[in-house]
Design a protein around this ligand. Sequence first.
Ligand code: NAP
Length: 264
Amino acid sequence: MSHHILILGGTTEARLLAGKLANNPALTVTLSLAGRTRRPLPQPAPTRSGGFGGVPGLIRYLHDHQIDLLIDATHPFAQQMSEHAAAAAQAAGLPHLAIRRPPWQPAADDDWRMVDDLAAALRQIGPSPQRIFVAFGRQELTPLLVAPQHHYLVRSVDPVKPPLALPKIDYLLGRGPFKVAAEAALLRDHGVQLIIAKNSGGAATSAKLHAARALGLPCYLIRRPPLPAVDQVPTVAAAQRSIAHWLSSGDLPSDANLAALRGE
Ligand code: NAP
């Protein structure tokens, strides 16, 4: 009997997990994307795109497509989708596992300032004009408008359209993974004085922080939003272990529970 797994994606982890599971004849895998990027990367499993229509829409989807297992592998800042996933899985009585990659941690020589959001970062930076590198999605940049004194370098996956009404702003397109040397060259060439970024975690976009460390630049890191307390694992490999256990026993352990089951 084939089991149908829905992976809520948009992340490297979701793509990698879908690739690992797609060849298992015991599984049917569907990957769900929010549909935000114009040209999403090719995915290794059948994909659907766009919102479900809130919790009721997701419950309906789970039912209509006979989903047996829900994996939340969304971005750590996709708070709403994670909340909807937890609520819908509970309402539908479905097993549900989240892949939550650990946040980045500062090294001893890092100058990191933790803030709640972009507006808070700009308030802390203050009125004195700075050259700021902002690695944010194009939908999230409007708080910059309150601080037009700075010179911004904005990098996003898709073009920022319409451009922001700011006197000094340069746009770059880019999608990780990025390399430290190239990030350092970018920061130097643009005379960047500080960085604002989300504490996304993961390897694909951490190079800017390594480059900032090498150049001695301060970084304003946006704290992660609170996410629902559900069974979770930190990596794709751990998710694979849990899913293998679920396939053999019907029980879907979090990483800690799986280690306990193995007597580690
Ligand atoms: P969100 O605020 O948690 O989700 C908003 C709505 O988008 C959800 O309620 C859902 O609509 C739809 N949605 C989100 N993820 C979906 C998925 N995988 N499949 C189907 N529908 C999905 O998340 P967000 O707006 O995507 O992003 C919030 C933060 O995450 C931003 O900081 C963004 O930069 C970051 N981020 C997101 C992605 C991504 O692929 N989504 C990738 C990188 C970074 P319905 O309520 O209609 O179901």
